[in-house]
Design a binder for this molecule. Structure first.
Ligand code: SF4
Ligand code: SF4
Length: 619
Protein backbone atom coordinates (compact mmCIF):
# COMPACT_ATOMS: atom_id res chain seq x y z
CA UNK A 1 0.00 0.00 0.00
CA UNK A 2 1.24 3.46 -0.80
CA UNK A 3 0.37 7.05 -0.13
CA UNK A 4 -1.03 9.78 -2.34
CA UNK A 5 1.74 12.01 -0.99
CA UNK A 6 5.16 11.66 -2.72
CA UNK A 7 7.04 12.65 0.47
CA UNK A 8 5.50 9.73 2.39
CA UNK A 9 6.37 7.27 -0.38
CA UNK A 10 9.91 8.63 -0.48
CA UNK A 11 10.33 8.03 3.25
CA UNK A 12 8.70 4.62 2.99
CA UNK A 13 11.49 3.63 0.60
CA UNK A 14 14.12 4.81 3.09
CA UNK A 15 12.54 2.85 5.89
CA UNK A 16 12.32 -0.28 3.73
CA UNK A 17 15.97 0.05 2.72
CA UNK A 18 16.83 0.26 6.41
CA UNK A 19 14.95 -3.00 6.97
CA UNK A 20 12.35 -1.41 9.22
CA UNK A 21 8.72 -2.30 9.11
CA UNK A 22 6.22 0.57 8.86
CA UNK A 23 2.46 1.05 8.70
CA UNK A 24 2.25 0.76 4.89
CA UNK A 25 3.96 -2.66 5.05
CA UNK A 26 2.01 -3.89 8.06
CA UNK A 27 -1.25 -3.18 6.26
CA UNK A 28 -0.21 -5.50 3.42
CA UNK A 29 0.95 -8.18 5.88
CA UNK A 30 -2.58 -8.46 7.28
CA UNK A 31 -3.87 -9.85 3.96
CA UNK A 32 -7.55 -10.82 3.94
CA UNK A 33 -9.74 -10.07 6.96
CA UNK A 34 -12.27 -12.10 8.94
CA UNK A 35 -15.62 -11.80 7.13
CA UNK A 36 -17.58 -12.09 10.38
CA UNK A 37 -15.69 -9.23 11.99
CA UNK A 38 -15.97 -7.16 8.81
CA UNK A 39 -19.73 -7.50 8.99
CA UNK A 40 -19.98 -6.98 12.75
CA UNK A 41 -21.42 -10.45 13.42
CA UNK A 42 -18.85 -11.85 15.79
CA UNK A 43 -18.97 -11.46 19.55
CA UNK A 44 -16.59 -12.39 22.34
CA UNK A 45 -18.21 -10.62 25.24
CA UNK A 46 -18.62 -13.65 27.45
CA UNK A 47 -17.15 -17.08 28.13
CA UNK A 48 -19.68 -18.87 25.94
CA UNK A 49 -18.22 -17.19 22.85
CA UNK A 50 -16.68 -16.24 20.61
CA UNK A 51 -19.96 -16.52 18.72
CA UNK A 52 -20.65 -15.80 15.08
CA UNK A 53 -23.84 -15.44 13.09
CA UNK A 54 -23.87 -18.02 10.29
CA UNK A 55 -26.50 -19.64 8.10
CA UNK A 56 -26.71 -22.38 10.75
CA UNK A 57 -26.66 -20.11 13.76
CA UNK A 58 -28.95 -17.08 13.60
CA UNK A 59 -28.00 -15.95 17.09
CA UNK A 60 -25.19 -16.18 19.64
CA UNK A 61 -25.38 -18.78 22.43
CA UNK A 62 -27.14 -16.24 24.65
CA UNK A 63 -29.73 -15.67 21.94
CA UNK A 64 -28.75 -12.25 20.67
CA UNK A 65 -29.55 -11.83 16.99
CA UNK A 66 -27.46 -10.29 14.23
CA UNK A 67 -28.96 -6.81 14.67
CA UNK A 68 -28.32 -6.79 18.41
CA UNK A 69 -24.78 -8.08 17.97
CA UNK A 70 -23.91 -5.58 15.24
CA UNK A 71 -25.23 -2.54 17.08
CA UNK A 72 -23.70 -3.66 20.37
CA UNK A 73 -20.29 -3.93 18.73
CA UNK A 74 -20.79 -0.47 17.22
CA UNK A 75 -21.77 1.19 20.49
CA UNK A 76 -18.68 -0.29 22.16
CA UNK A 77 -16.57 1.56 19.59
CA UNK A 78 -18.59 4.71 20.19
CA UNK A 79 -18.02 4.53 23.93
CA UNK A 80 -14.26 4.60 23.45
CA UNK A 81 -14.52 7.69 21.26
CA UNK A 82 -16.75 9.42 23.80
CA UNK A 83 -14.34 8.55 26.61
CA UNK A 84 -11.38 10.06 24.78
CA UNK A 85 -13.26 13.28 24.01
CA UNK A 86 -14.49 13.51 27.59
CA UNK A 87 -11.02 12.92 29.02
CA UNK A 88 -9.76 15.77 26.85
CA UNK A 89 -12.67 18.03 27.90
CA UNK A 90 -11.93 17.47 31.59
CA UNK A 91 -8.22 18.21 31.02
CA UNK A 92 -9.15 21.40 29.17
CA UNK A 93 -11.48 22.55 31.96
CA UNK A 94 -8.84 21.79 34.61
CA UNK A 95 -6.30 23.77 32.56
CA UNK A 96 -8.65 26.76 32.30
CA UNK A 97 -9.23 26.74 36.05
CA UNK A 98 -5.54 26.39 36.86
CA UNK A 99 -4.73 29.21 34.44
CA UNK A 100 -7.26 31.53 36.10
CA UNK A 101 -5.63 30.67 39.43
CA UNK A 102 -2.21 31.62 38.06
CA UNK A 103 -0.87 28.06 38.15
CA UNK A 104 0.05 27.68 34.44
CA UNK A 105 2.14 29.75 32.03
CA UNK A 106 -1.00 30.39 29.95
CA UNK A 107 -3.35 33.37 29.98
CA UNK A 108 -6.99 34.10 29.21
CA UNK A 109 -6.24 35.15 25.65
CA UNK A 110 -9.73 35.42 24.18
CA UNK A 111 -11.74 37.17 26.88
CA UNK A 112 -14.63 37.82 24.50
CA UNK A 113 -14.98 34.08 23.88
CA UNK A 114 -14.92 33.37 27.61
CA UNK A 115 -17.68 35.89 28.25
CA UNK A 116 -19.71 34.55 25.31
CA UNK A 117 -19.41 31.00 26.65
CA UNK A 118 -20.26 32.03 30.21
CA UNK A 119 -23.36 33.85 28.99
CA UNK A 120 -24.43 30.88 26.87
CA UNK A 121 -24.23 28.75 30.01
CA UNK A 122 -26.23 31.24 32.05
CA UNK A 123 -23.26 32.30 34.19
CA UNK A 124 -23.55 35.97 35.13
CA UNK A 125 -20.53 38.04 34.06
CA UNK A 126 -21.42 41.59 35.12
CA UNK A 127 -18.99 43.09 37.61
CA UNK A 128 -16.94 39.91 37.79
CA UNK A 129 -13.20 39.62 37.25
CA UNK A 130 -12.28 37.67 34.11
CA UNK A 131 -10.44 35.07 36.19
CA UNK A 132 -13.47 34.56 38.40
CA UNK A 133 -15.58 33.94 35.28
CA UNK A 134 -12.99 31.46 33.98
CA UNK A 135 -13.11 29.45 37.22
CA UNK A 136 -16.91 29.40 37.14
CA UNK A 137 -16.97 28.27 33.50
CA UNK A 138 -14.43 25.49 34.19
CA UNK A 139 -16.33 24.27 37.24
CA UNK A 140 -19.64 24.45 35.39
CA UNK A 141 -18.22 22.32 32.55
CA UNK A 142 -16.82 19.66 34.87
CA UNK A 143 -20.11 19.53 36.81
CA UNK A 144 -22.18 19.30 33.65
CA UNK A 145 -20.07 16.55 32.07
CA UNK A 146 -20.49 14.54 35.29
CA UNK A 147 -24.17 15.36 35.76
CA UNK A 148 -26.86 12.70 36.03
CA UNK A 149 -29.42 15.37 35.10
CA UNK A 150 -30.09 16.58 31.53
CA UNK A 151 -26.97 18.34 30.23
CA UNK A 152 -27.29 22.10 30.66
CA UNK A 153 -24.58 22.69 28.04
CA UNK A 154 -26.55 20.73 25.44
CA UNK A 155 -29.75 22.57 26.39
CA UNK A 156 -27.96 25.91 26.05
CA UNK A 157 -26.32 25.20 22.71
CA UNK A 158 -28.64 22.91 20.75
CA UNK A 159 -30.88 24.43 18.07
CA UNK A 160 -34.47 24.84 19.33
CA UNK A 161 -35.97 22.74 16.54
CA UNK A 162 -33.49 19.92 17.24
CA UNK A 163 -34.38 19.93 20.92
CA UNK A 164 -38.03 19.34 20.01
CA UNK A 165 -37.05 16.37 17.82
CA UNK A 166 -34.78 14.95 20.50
CA UNK A 167 -37.40 15.36 23.24
CA UNK A 168 -39.89 13.58 21.05
CA UNK A 169 -37.45 10.69 20.48
CA UNK A 170 -36.39 10.70 24.14
CA UNK A 171 -32.75 11.29 23.22
CA UNK A 172 -32.10 14.57 25.08
CA UNK A 173 -28.98 13.50 26.97
CA UNK A 174 -27.83 13.76 30.56
CA UNK A 175 -24.18 14.57 31.29
CA UNK A 176 -21.70 12.58 29.24
CA UNK A 177 -20.52 10.38 32.12
CA UNK A 178 -24.11 9.32 32.79
CA UNK A 179 -24.69 8.53 29.11
CA UNK A 180 -21.50 6.46 29.06
CA UNK A 181 -22.69 4.50 32.07
CA UNK A 182 -26.08 3.93 30.49
CA UNK A 183 -24.67 2.77 27.16
CA UNK A 184 -21.96 0.65 28.79
CA UNK A 185 -24.32 -1.05 31.22
CA UNK A 186 -26.90 -1.60 28.48
CA UNK A 187 -24.46 -3.22 26.08
CA UNK A 188 -23.19 -5.99 28.35
CA UNK A 189 -24.20 -9.59 27.78
CA UNK A 190 -27.93 -10.11 28.33
CA UNK A 191 -29.06 -6.53 28.92
CA UNK A 192 -30.39 -4.44 26.01
CA UNK A 193 -30.82 -6.67 22.98
CA UNK A 194 -33.10 -4.32 21.02
CA UNK A 195 -31.06 -2.76 18.23
CA UNK A 196 -33.32 0.30 17.94
CA UNK A 197 -33.10 0.99 21.65
CA UNK A 198 -29.29 0.67 21.61
CA UNK A 199 -29.06 2.95 18.57
CA UNK A 200 -31.11 5.60 20.38
CA UNK A 201 -28.85 5.35 23.43
CA UNK A 202 -25.83 5.79 21.15
CA UNK A 203 -27.42 8.93 19.68
CA UNK A 204 -28.00 10.39 23.16
CA UNK A 205 -24.35 9.77 23.91
CA UNK A 206 -23.31 11.24 20.55
CA UNK A 207 -25.26 14.44 21.16
CA UNK A 208 -23.66 15.12 24.52
CA UNK A 209 -20.23 14.08 23.24
CA UNK A 210 -20.26 16.68 20.49
CA UNK A 211 -22.33 19.51 21.96
CA UNK A 212 -21.08 18.86 25.50
CA UNK A 213 -17.51 17.55 25.58
CA UNK A 214 -16.22 18.74 22.19
CA UNK A 215 -17.61 22.26 22.47
CA UNK A 216 -16.02 22.53 25.91
CA UNK A 217 -12.66 21.41 24.51
CA UNK A 218 -12.49 23.77 21.57
CA UNK A 219 -14.01 26.76 23.34
CA UNK A 220 -11.44 26.43 26.11
CA UNK A 221 -8.60 26.06 23.59
CA UNK A 222 -9.83 29.31 22.01
CA UNK A 223 -10.07 31.04 25.39
CA UNK A 224 -6.52 30.02 26.33
CA UNK A 225 -4.70 30.23 23.00
CA UNK A 226 -6.88 32.50 20.86
CA UNK A 227 -9.69 31.79 18.40
CA UNK A 228 -8.11 30.77 15.07
CA UNK A 229 -7.85 33.36 12.32
CA UNK A 230 -6.78 32.67 8.73
CA UNK A 231 -3.04 32.93 8.23
CA UNK A 232 -0.27 31.25 6.24
CA UNK A 233 1.36 28.12 7.52
CA UNK A 234 3.36 25.23 6.08
CA UNK A 235 2.85 21.48 5.87
CA UNK A 236 4.51 18.25 4.63
CA UNK A 237 7.75 16.60 5.70
CA UNK A 238 9.93 19.29 4.13
CA UNK A 239 9.09 21.68 6.99
CA UNK A 240 11.69 19.87 9.13
CA UNK A 241 15.17 21.40 9.09
CA UNK A 242 17.66 18.89 10.60
CA UNK A 243 20.01 21.70 11.64
CA UNK A 244 17.59 22.86 14.33
CA UNK A 245 16.85 21.21 17.64
CA UNK A 246 13.43 19.83 16.70
CA UNK A 247 10.69 18.91 19.16
CA UNK A 248 7.65 17.36 17.50
CA UNK A 249 4.32 17.27 19.34
CA UNK A 250 1.83 14.53 18.47
CA UNK A 251 -1.66 13.68 19.70
CA UNK A 252 -4.69 15.89 20.33
CA UNK A 253 -4.03 18.19 23.30
CA UNK A 254 -2.21 21.46 22.59
CA UNK A 255 -1.16 22.21 26.18
CA UNK A 256 2.43 20.92 26.21
CA UNK A 257 2.98 22.21 22.67
CA UNK A 258 1.74 25.69 23.64
CA UNK A 259 4.05 25.72 26.68
CA UNK A 260 6.95 24.65 24.46
CA UNK A 261 6.29 27.49 22.02
CA UNK A 262 6.13 30.01 24.84
CA UNK A 263 9.47 28.86 26.23
CA UNK A 264 11.11 28.50 22.83
CA UNK A 265 10.28 32.12 22.05
CA UNK A 266 12.72 33.16 24.79
CA UNK A 267 16.11 34.25 23.60
CA UNK A 268 17.91 32.18 26.26
CA UNK A 269 16.30 28.97 24.97
CA UNK A 270 17.32 29.72 21.41
CA UNK A 271 20.84 30.48 22.69
CA UNK A 272 20.91 27.17 24.52
CA UNK A 273 20.15 25.39 21.23
CA UNK A 274 22.74 27.46 19.36
CA UNK A 275 25.40 26.62 21.94
CA UNK A 276 24.75 22.96 21.17
CA UNK A 277 25.60 23.70 17.53
CA UNK A 278 22.05 24.09 16.18
CA UNK A 279 20.55 26.99 14.23
CA UNK A 280 18.00 27.31 17.05
CA UNK A 281 15.06 25.34 18.42
CA UNK A 282 11.78 24.69 16.67
CA UNK A 283 8.49 23.02 17.41
CA UNK A 284 7.11 20.69 14.75
CA UNK A 285 3.38 19.90 14.62
CA UNK A 286 2.24 16.31 14.09
CA UNK A 287 -1.40 15.21 13.64
CA UNK A 288 -4.03 17.00 15.73
CA UNK A 289 -1.79 18.51 18.39
CA UNK A 290 0.06 20.11 15.49
CA UNK A 291 -3.22 21.11 13.84
CA UNK A 292 -4.38 22.78 17.07
CA UNK A 293 -1.13 24.74 17.16
CA UNK A 294 -0.89 25.82 13.51
CA UNK A 295 -4.46 27.14 13.66
CA UNK A 296 -3.61 29.50 16.49
CA UNK A 297 0.12 30.29 16.64
CA UNK A 298 1.72 32.49 13.99
CA UNK A 299 5.36 32.23 14.94
CA UNK A 300 8.56 31.10 13.23
CA UNK A 301 9.23 28.89 16.24
CA UNK A 302 6.44 26.61 14.98
CA UNK A 303 7.72 25.18 11.69
CA UNK A 304 4.32 23.84 10.60
CA UNK A 305 2.59 20.46 10.36
CA UNK A 306 4.13 17.24 9.05
CA UNK A 307 0.89 15.41 8.24
CA UNK A 308 -1.58 12.93 9.68
CA UNK A 309 -1.22 9.79 11.78
CA UNK A 310 0.00 7.52 8.97
CA UNK A 311 3.04 9.80 8.48
CA UNK A 312 4.34 9.41 12.05
CA UNK A 313 6.97 6.72 11.46
CA UNK A 314 8.19 8.50 8.33
CA UNK A 315 8.61 11.76 10.26
CA UNK A 316 10.86 9.95 12.72
CA UNK A 317 12.78 8.18 9.95
CA UNK A 318 14.01 11.56 8.68
CA UNK A 319 16.56 11.39 11.49
CA UNK A 320 15.86 15.08 12.02
CA UNK A 321 13.66 15.02 15.14
CA UNK A 322 15.15 15.19 18.64
CA UNK A 323 12.13 14.66 20.83
CA UNK A 324 8.73 13.29 19.81
CA UNK A 325 6.34 14.24 22.61
CA UNK A 326 3.10 12.27 22.50
CA UNK A 327 -0.23 12.97 24.19
CA UNK A 328 -3.59 11.15 24.05
CA UNK A 329 -4.70 9.01 21.13
CA UNK A 330 -3.11 8.20 17.75
CA UNK A 331 0.47 7.35 18.71
CA UNK A 332 1.75 4.22 16.95
CA UNK A 333 2.89 1.35 19.19
CA UNK A 334 6.05 0.90 17.08
CA UNK A 335 7.69 4.23 17.83
CA UNK A 336 10.33 2.84 20.21
CA UNK A 337 11.93 1.05 17.28
CA UNK A 338 12.29 4.35 15.44
CA UNK A 339 14.59 5.66 18.15
CA UNK A 340 17.38 4.20 16.00
CA UNK A 341 16.92 7.36 13.90
CA UNK A 342 18.24 9.37 16.82
CA UNK A 343 14.90 10.56 18.24
CA UNK A 344 13.70 10.28 21.83
CA UNK A 345 10.05 9.27 22.22
CA UNK A 346 8.50 10.88 25.30
CA UNK A 347 4.88 10.37 26.40
CA UNK A 348 3.46 13.52 28.02
CA UNK A 349 0.10 12.09 29.09
CA UNK A 350 -0.63 9.31 31.54
CA UNK A 351 -2.83 7.79 28.85
CA UNK A 352 0.11 6.96 26.58
CA UNK A 353 2.66 4.30 27.40
CA UNK A 354 4.81 2.47 24.84
CA UNK A 355 6.69 -0.79 25.13
CA UNK A 356 10.39 -0.04 25.23
CA UNK A 357 9.99 3.59 26.37
CA UNK A 358 10.93 4.20 29.98
CA UNK A 359 10.76 7.99 30.24
CA UNK A 360 7.49 9.87 30.28
CA UNK A 361 5.58 12.67 31.98
CA UNK A 362 1.98 12.87 33.14
CA UNK A 363 0.46 16.18 32.09
CA UNK A 364 -1.05 18.26 34.85
CA UNK A 365 -1.83 21.92 34.16
CA UNK A 366 0.34 22.91 37.11
CA UNK A 367 3.44 21.10 35.80
CA UNK A 368 3.19 21.92 32.10
CA UNK A 369 6.04 24.43 32.11
CA UNK A 370 8.29 22.02 33.97
CA UNK A 371 7.50 19.27 31.43
CA UNK A 372 8.17 21.63 28.53
CA UNK A 373 11.51 22.69 30.03
CA UNK A 374 12.55 19.08 30.55
CA UNK A 375 11.64 18.28 26.94
CA UNK A 376 13.75 21.20 25.75
CA UNK A 377 16.74 20.07 27.81
CA UNK A 378 16.36 16.52 26.53
CA UNK A 379 16.10 17.75 22.94
CA UNK A 380 19.15 20.00 23.16
CA UNK A 381 21.24 17.17 24.62
CA UNK A 382 19.85 14.78 22.03
CA UNK A 383 20.73 17.14 19.17
CA UNK A 384 24.47 16.88 19.92
CA UNK A 385 24.35 13.11 19.65
CA UNK A 386 21.89 12.95 16.75
CA UNK A 387 23.97 15.25 14.56
CA UNK A 388 27.04 13.10 15.15
CA UNK A 389 25.44 9.72 14.63
CA UNK A 390 22.61 10.12 12.11
CA UNK A 391 22.68 11.27 8.51
CA UNK A 392 19.33 13.03 8.09
CA UNK A 393 17.14 12.53 5.06
CA UNK A 394 14.24 14.97 4.64
CA UNK A 395 12.02 15.09 1.53
CA UNK A 396 12.13 18.58 0.07
CA UNK A 397 8.46 19.26 -0.49
CA UNK A 398 6.84 22.04 1.55
CA UNK A 399 3.23 23.09 0.91
CA UNK A 400 1.94 26.49 1.99
CA UNK A 401 -1.59 26.50 3.42
CA UNK A 402 -4.11 28.91 4.83
CA UNK A 403 -4.92 27.67 8.32
CA UNK A 404 -7.31 28.96 10.97
CA UNK A 405 -10.84 29.09 9.55
CA UNK A 406 -12.78 28.97 12.81
CA UNK A 407 -16.52 29.73 12.79
CA UNK A 408 -15.82 33.38 13.60
CA UNK A 409 -13.12 33.56 10.93
CA UNK A 410 -15.38 32.03 8.28
CA UNK A 411 -18.17 34.46 9.02
CA UNK A 412 -15.69 37.35 9.01
CA UNK A 413 -14.13 36.22 5.73
CA UNK A 414 -17.63 36.06 4.33
CA UNK A 415 -18.54 39.61 5.34
CA UNK A 416 -19.10 39.53 9.11
CA UNK A 417 -22.24 37.39 9.41
CA UNK A 418 -23.94 34.42 7.80
CA UNK A 419 -25.70 36.65 5.18
CA UNK A 420 -22.96 36.51 2.51
CA UNK A 421 -22.64 32.72 2.82
CA UNK A 422 -26.41 32.29 2.80
CA UNK A 423 -26.85 34.58 -0.21
CA UNK A 424 -24.12 32.71 -2.07
CA UNK A 425 -25.91 29.45 -1.26
CA UNK A 426 -29.31 30.90 -2.21
CA UNK A 427 -28.16 32.14 -5.61
CA UNK A 428 -26.27 28.90 -6.27
CA UNK A 429 -22.73 30.33 -6.37
CA UNK A 430 -22.12 27.89 -3.56
CA UNK A 431 -24.31 24.85 -4.23
CA UNK A 432 -23.92 23.54 -0.72
CA UNK A 433 -21.45 23.00 2.11
CA UNK A 434 -19.85 19.70 3.08
CA UNK A 435 -18.00 19.07 6.32
CA UNK A 436 -15.17 16.63 5.68
CA UNK A 437 -14.46 15.21 9.13
CA UNK A 438 -12.19 12.26 8.72
CA UNK A 439 -9.28 10.19 9.93
CA UNK A 440 -7.07 8.49 7.38
CA UNK A 441 -6.97 4.76 6.72
CA UNK A 442 -5.39 2.26 4.37
CA UNK A 443 -8.48 0.09 4.42
CA UNK A 444 -9.78 0.88 0.97
CA UNK A 445 -7.25 3.01 -0.88
CA UNK A 446 -3.72 4.36 -0.72
CA UNK A 447 -3.10 6.78 2.17
CA UNK A 448 -5.35 9.87 1.76
CA UNK A 449 -6.45 8.96 -1.77
CA UNK A 450 -10.18 8.84 -1.01
CA UNK A 451 -10.11 12.05 1.00
CA UNK A 452 -8.31 14.03 -1.68
CA UNK A 453 -10.43 12.63 -4.52
CA UNK A 454 -13.76 13.29 -2.86
CA UNK A 455 -12.77 16.87 -1.95
CA UNK A 456 -11.63 17.50 -5.53
CA UNK A 457 -14.93 16.21 -6.85
CA UNK A 458 -17.00 18.25 -4.40
CA UNK A 459 -15.32 21.60 -5.11
CA UNK A 460 -15.59 20.89 -8.85
CA UNK A 461 -19.35 20.77 -8.24
CA UNK A 462 -19.35 24.23 -6.56
CA UNK A 463 -19.62 22.68 -3.11
CA UNK A 464 -17.60 24.43 -0.40
CA UNK A 465 -15.67 22.00 1.83
CA UNK A 466 -14.77 22.55 5.49
CA UNK A 467 -12.08 20.10 6.54
CA UNK A 468 -11.29 18.62 9.94
CA UNK A 469 -9.18 15.87 11.45
CA UNK A 470 -6.52 13.85 9.67
CA UNK A 471 -8.57 14.45 6.52
CA UNK A 472 -7.74 18.13 6.93
CA UNK A 473 -4.02 17.34 6.94
CA UNK A 474 -4.53 15.15 3.85
CA UNK A 475 -6.05 18.09 1.99
CA UNK A 476 -3.51 20.56 3.33
CA UNK A 477 -0.57 18.44 2.13
CA UNK A 478 -2.32 17.90 -1.21
CA UNK A 479 -2.59 21.69 -1.64
CA UNK A 480 -6.39 21.92 -1.50
CA UNK A 481 -6.55 24.34 1.42
CA UNK A 482 -4.40 26.87 -0.43
CA UNK A 483 -5.45 29.70 -2.73
CA UNK A 484 -3.83 27.89 -5.66
CA UNK A 485 -6.61 25.28 -5.38
CA UNK A 486 -9.20 27.83 -6.49
CA UNK A 487 -8.52 26.83 -10.11
CA UNK A 488 -9.71 23.30 -9.31
CA UNK A 489 -13.17 24.47 -8.19
CA UNK A 490 -16.28 24.84 -10.34
CA UNK A 491 -16.64 28.21 -12.06
CA UNK A 492 -19.16 29.69 -9.63
CA UNK A 493 -17.27 28.59 -6.53
CA UNK A 494 -14.09 29.96 -8.12
CA UNK A 495 -15.71 33.38 -8.37
CA UNK A 496 -16.76 33.37 -4.71
CA UNK A 497 -13.29 32.23 -3.59
CA UNK A 498 -11.54 34.88 -5.71
CA UNK A 499 -13.84 37.65 -4.49
CA UNK A 500 -13.33 36.70 -0.84
CA UNK A 501 -9.71 35.54 -1.10
CA UNK A 502 -10.46 32.12 0.39
CA UNK A 503 -9.53 28.59 -0.75
CA UNK A 504 -12.34 26.23 -1.87
CA UNK A 505 -11.47 23.93 1.04
CA UNK A 506 -11.42 25.78 4.35
CA UNK A 507 -9.13 24.26 6.96
CA UNK A 508 -11.55 24.23 9.89
CA UNK A 509 -9.55 22.28 12.43
CA UNK A 510 -9.14 18.93 14.12
CA UNK A 511 -11.25 15.82 14.64
CA UNK A 512 -12.33 17.47 17.89
CA UNK A 513 -14.01 20.31 16.03
CA UNK A 514 -17.30 18.57 15.17
CA UNK A 515 -18.98 20.33 18.09
CA UNK A 516 -17.79 23.72 16.89
CA UNK A 517 -18.96 22.93 13.38
CA UNK A 518 -22.39 22.08 14.78
CA UNK A 519 -22.58 25.62 16.16
CA UNK A 520 -21.76 27.11 12.74
CA UNK A 521 -24.50 24.98 11.18
CA UNK A 522 -26.87 26.11 13.92
CA UNK A 523 -26.09 29.79 13.18
CA UNK A 524 -27.01 29.27 9.52
CA UNK A 525 -30.20 27.30 10.32
CA UNK A 526 -31.31 29.88 12.92
CA UNK A 527 -30.70 32.74 10.48
CA UNK A 528 -32.90 31.03 7.89
CA UNK A 529 -35.45 29.90 10.47
CA UNK A 530 -35.22 26.28 9.32
CA UNK A 531 -34.20 22.98 10.92
CA UNK A 532 -30.79 21.39 10.22
CA UNK A 533 -32.07 18.61 7.88
CA UNK A 534 -33.47 21.27 5.55
CA UNK A 535 -30.08 22.86 4.87
CA UNK A 536 -28.15 22.03 1.67
CA UNK A 537 -25.30 20.57 3.67
CA UNK A 538 -23.81 17.13 4.27
CA UNK A 539 -20.86 15.51 6.02
CA UNK A 540 -18.31 13.03 4.77
CA UNK A 541 -15.80 10.78 6.52
CA UNK A 542 -14.11 9.29 3.44
CA UNK A 543 -11.41 7.56 5.50
CA UNK A 544 -12.78 7.01 8.98
CA UNK A 545 -10.44 4.96 11.12
CA UNK A 546 -10.94 4.96 14.86
CA UNK A 547 -13.52 5.25 17.56
CA UNK A 548 -13.79 9.04 17.78
CA UNK A 549 -14.94 9.01 14.16
CA UNK A 550 -17.78 6.56 14.78
CA UNK A 551 -19.30 8.63 17.59
CA UNK A 552 -18.99 11.77 15.41
CA UNK A 553 -20.98 10.02 12.68
CA UNK A 554 -23.69 9.00 15.15
CA UNK A 555 -23.92 12.61 16.35
CA UNK A 556 -24.17 13.91 12.77
CA UNK A 557 -27.12 11.60 12.11
CA UNK A 558 -28.86 12.74 15.32
CA UNK A 559 -28.16 16.36 14.31
CA UNK A 560 -30.03 15.76 11.06
CA UNK A 561 -27.08 15.64 8.66
CA UNK A 562 -26.69 13.13 5.82
CA UNK A 563 -23.27 11.63 6.47
CA UNK A 564 -21.20 9.72 3.97
CA UNK A 565 -18.80 7.14 5.43
CA UNK A 566 -16.09 4.99 3.93
CA UNK A 567 -14.81 2.30 4.35
CA UNK A 568 -18.01 0.32 4.87
CA UNK A 569 -18.60 0.13 8.64
CA UNK A 570 -18.88 -3.30 10.31
CA UNK A 571 -22.69 -3.39 10.22
CA UNK A 572 -23.48 -5.25 7.01
CA UNK A 573 -24.11 -8.53 8.86
CA UNK A 574 -27.52 -7.17 9.82
CA UNK A 575 -29.86 -5.93 7.07
CA UNK A 576 -32.05 -4.45 9.83
CA UNK A 577 -29.24 -2.27 11.16
CA UNK A 578 -28.20 -1.25 7.64
CA UNK A 579 -31.79 -0.21 6.91
CA UNK A 580 -32.03 1.65 10.21
CA UNK A 581 -28.86 3.68 9.62
CA UNK A 582 -29.26 4.33 5.90
CA UNK A 583 -33.05 4.78 5.62
CA UNK A 584 -35.31 4.56 8.67
CA UNK A 585 -33.42 6.98 10.90
CA UNK A 586 -34.00 9.75 8.35
CA UNK A 587 -37.70 9.69 9.16
CA UNK A 588 -36.83 10.25 12.83
CA UNK A 589 -33.93 12.73 12.88
CA UNK A 590 -33.67 13.90 9.26
CA UNK A 591 -30.11 12.54 9.05
CA UNK A 592 -28.79 9.24 7.73
CA UNK A 593 -25.65 7.32 6.80
CA UNK A 594 -24.62 7.14 3.16
CA UNK A 595 -22.20 4.36 2.28
CA UNK A 596 -20.21 4.52 -0.95
CA UNK A 597 -16.69 3.25 -1.55
CA UNK A 598 -16.01 5.06 -4.81
CA UNK A 599 -15.10 8.71 -4.12
CA UNK A 600 -16.51 10.04 -7.39
CA UNK A 601 -19.81 8.23 -6.91
CA UNK A 602 -19.86 9.40 -3.29
CA UNK A 603 -19.47 13.02 -4.44
CA UNK A 604 -22.33 12.50 -6.90
CA UNK A 605 -24.57 11.10 -4.16
CA UNK A 606 -23.72 13.98 -1.84
CA UNK A 607 -24.46 16.45 -4.64
CA UNK A 608 -27.84 14.74 -5.17
CA UNK A 609 -28.67 15.17 -1.47
CA UNK A 610 -27.73 18.85 -1.64
CA UNK A 611 -29.78 19.45 -4.78
CA UNK A 612 -32.77 17.69 -3.19
CA UNK A 613 -32.55 20.00 -0.17
CA UNK A 614 -32.20 23.07 -2.41
CA UNK A 615 -35.31 22.10 -4.35
CA UNK A 616 -37.27 21.54 -1.12
CA UNK A 617 -36.20 25.00 0.09
CA UNK A 618 -37.19 26.49 -3.25
CA UNK A 619 -33.72 27.83 -4.04
S1 SF4 B 1 -22.57 -12.39 24.73
FE1 SF4 B 1 -23.82 -13.88 23.60
S2 SF4 B 1 -23.08 -13.71 21.52
FE2 SF4 B 1 -21.55 -12.75 22.81
S3 SF4 B 1 -20.04 -14.32 23.24
FE3 SF4 B 1 -21.53 -14.37 24.92
S4 SF4 B 1 -23.04 -15.86 24.26
FE4 SF4 B 1 -21.87 -15.35 22.46
S1 SF4 C 1 -8.66 12.26 12.85
FE1 SF4 C 1 -8.78 10.13 13.59
S2 SF4 C 1 -6.80 9.23 13.07
FE2 SF4 C 1 -6.60 11.42 12.93
S3 SF4 C 1 -5.77 12.05 14.84
FE3 SF4 C 1 -8.01 12.27 14.99
S4 SF4 C 1 -8.74 10.33 15.80
FE4 SF4 C 1 -6.61 10.01 15.13
Amino acid sequence: MESIHPSVNEMHERVKEDGINSVLDRFDEQNSRCKFCEQGISCQLCSMGPCRITSNAQSGVCGIDAAGMVIRNLVHLNMLGTEAYTYHAIEAAKTLKATAEGKTPFEIKDKKKLIWFAEQLGIGTKGKDIKEIAVEVAEFAIRDLSSHEPSKIVKALAPEKRKEVWEELDIMPDGVFQELLTVGSSSMTNVDSDYVSLAKKAMRMGIVTCLGAQVVIETIHDILFGTPKPHDSYVDLGIIDPDYVNIAVNGHEPFVGAALIKLAEKEEIQEKAKKAGAKGLRIIGSIETGQELIQRFETEILAGLTGNWITQEYVLATGAIDVFAVDMNCTLPTLAEYQKYGVKIVPVSKLVRLKGIEEGFDYQPENVEEIAMKLIDMAVENFKERRQKIEPYVPERVQSVTAGFSTEAILEALGGGPEVLINAIKNGDIKGVVALVSCTTLRNSPHDYHTVRIAEELIKRDILVLSMGCGNAALQVAGLTSLEAIDMAGERLQEVCRALGIPPVLSFGTCTDTGRLALLVKAIADYLGVDIPQLPIAATAPEYMEQKATIDAIFAVAYGVTTHVSPIPPVTGSPEVVKLLTEDVEKLTGGKILVEEDPVKAAELIEDVIIEKRVALGI
